[in-house]
Design a protein around this ligand. Structure first.
Ligand code: SF4
Length: 83
């Protein structure tokens, strides 16, 4: 298993820009432990603070509209997406 990023193994703050989200569901399918589609068809974080994981990093990086932000809960450093 490879490290997911600077926050790998720690806790991260997960935020979804629900205005930007277009409801593809990719993130919820990729990281179902951290993200879900709400009743309005837009993604949301299950918890504001979550354990960092490769799935969460992948979900943030594959979002077509870059609506997901994953930051280190301790430092605020952006973990994903990494561009
Ligand atoms: S991948 Fe992005 S656009 Fe698709 S549901 Fe998740 S946050 Fe919304």
């Amino acid at each position: 298993m490879t490290a997911a990023g600077p926050g790998a193994g720690g806790e991260v703050r997960v935020e979804v820009d629900r205005i930007r989200c277009v409801g593809t569901g990719l993130c919820a399918a990729t990281a179902p432990d951290a993200l879900e589609l709400g009743a309005d068809g837009r993604a949301r974080a299950l918890r504001a603070i979550a354990a960092d994981s490769e799935e969460l990093t992948e979900a943030a990086e594959m979002c077509p509209v870059e609506a997901i932000s994953v930051r280190s809960a301790a430092t605020g450093e952006q973990v994903a997406p990494r561009w």
